[in-house]
Design a protein around this ligand. Structure first.
Ligand code: ATP
Ligand code: MG
Length: 152
């Protein structure tokens, strides 16, 4: 099954939205197989967002992402990367569809609450930036068969 990295960004932590954001993923049926709270170093923030290096918003993005604690999740499930991106909503909060995380809670371009990997390659790269292999749960959670259509 696919894995993805989610970062609950500093604005969401300061606005006390950690629980609400995590609930969206749990309720959808994705498994949380890695979880930690940390403050991202400038070096790792720059690596995570390396494709944006050179953009006019890059320095401010790095300043924001390193400005306070974040919560990191590794999610597992079928098509997790696409499902997670759909739950997050469009990049800019004011454009995101209501019902999505950004659509319900964000108004800004930069303070948009959450990061999610955008491809299998970036998910693998980003997960390995922030988690050791041994940090991730390997066993399937018992409820998973009631999420997909293989319970009966
Ligand atoms: P993320 O990578 O954080 O999950 P995303 O994949 O929806 O978001 P990207 O295009 O990868 O969007 O942009 C990365 C981040 O850079 C955005 O989340 C946003 O915070 C910031 N960003 C992107 N474009 C702009 C912009 N024009 N002005 C300000 N910030 C921007
Ligand atoms: Mg992105």
């Amino acid at each position: 099954m696919q894995k993805t990295l989610v970062i609950i960004k500093p604005d969401a932590v300061q606005r006390r939205l950690i629980g609400k954001v995590i609930s969206r993923f749990e309720e959808k049926g994705l498994e949380i197989i890695g979880l930690k709270m940390t403050t991202i170093s400038e070096k790792l923030a720059k690596e995570n967002y390396s494709i944006h290096n050179g953009k006019d918003y890059f320095e401010k993005l790095i300043k924001f992402m390193t400005s306070g604690p974040v919560v990191m999740l590794v999610l597992r499930g079928e098509n997790t990367i696409e499902v997670t991106r759909k739950l997050m909503g469009a990049t800019f909060g004011y454009e995101a569809t209501p019902g999505t995380i950004r659509g319900d809670f964000a108004m800004s371009k930069r303070f948009n609450l959450i990061h999610g990997s955008d491809s299998v390659e970036s998910a693998e790269r980003e997960i390995s930036l922030f988690f050791e292999n041994g940090d991730l749960m390997q066993n399937k959670q018992s409820g998973v068969k009631w999420i997909y259509d293989d319970a009966v």
